[in-house]
Ligand binder design. Structure first.
Ligand code: URA
Length: 219
């Protein structure tokens, strides 16, 4: 009997004893299943995420915002996490920041938003739009990484500090790293400002525009 099986049996014995049992009849212990694997199809992955209870954000969300777009997209955008509008509609980037992102895609990249793929570091809205905690991001990242694997984009655009840091583990701020083209998984990663930041800081739009031109040149 393995150590794990012995521990499980001991645990069960304690439970039986706490119920008042004084002896225990040995029963077969089912062989350990291999650890749960994450589905390889986007539909299955989405179905799993819709019932996800892995972190506290599930308690306050209205909808899981899984992500959307073309499964063969060449470019993928990764934001931070859903805001109030996204939480209501279950879709990423549908508020003011989303409108700006859509304009950046359609007017600068010259492609339709629906031909890209858009997702977030976390799929459920952090209350008060706070930054997702490392625990929340780490619980959610396997979904995002599988989405990246399935879409296999040529280019990943990290929108803002949170996205860049949780994707790469690099603690440098977005103002430091934007302008770089980074090898990331099988893609090129372009860090740029988050559209919400651009709405508050008009002057940064020029640099974001240059970043989008960089994306266009790579396409
Ligand atoms: N901000 C994000 O980071 N993601 C969204 O989906 C919307 C706003």
């Amino acid at each position: 009997m393995s150590k794990l099986e012995t521990l499980k049996m001991l645990q069960e014995l304690y439970i039986y004893r706490s119920f008042g049992f004084t002896y225990y009849k040995k029963r077969e212990i089912a062989p350990q299943k291999p650890s749960a694997s994450i589905p390889n199809s986007m539909d299955e992955l989405k179905k799993n995420s819709l019932g996800c209870l892995l972190c506290n954000l599930c308690k306050t969300r209205k909808n899981v915002v899984f992500g959307e777009g073309n499964l063969h997209a060449k470019v993928m955008f990764v934001g931070e996490g859903p805001g109030a509008n996204e939480d209501m509609q279950g879709r990423p980037f549908v508020g003011k920041a989303g409108e700006l992102l859509t304009r950046m895609i359609e007017n600068v990249l010259n492609i339709k938003r629906r031909d890209t793929y858009i997702a977030n570091i976390v799929k459920c809205r952090p209350p008060e739009n706070r930054v997702p905690t490392p625990e929340e991001a780490n619980m959610c990242k396997p979904y995002l990484f599988k989405q990246i694997e399935i879409v296999a984009p040529q280019i990943i655009v990290a929108l803002g500090n949170t996205s860049y840091r949780y994707l790469t583990g690099d603690e440098r701020g977005i103002t430091k790293v934007r302008g770089e083209i980074i090898d990331y998984k099988n893609a090129k990663l372009i860090p740029t400002f988050h559209p919400s930041y651009l709405l508050r800081n008009e002057s940064a739009k020029k640099e974001a525009y240059q970043d989008m031109l960089r994306v266009r040149a790579l396409l």
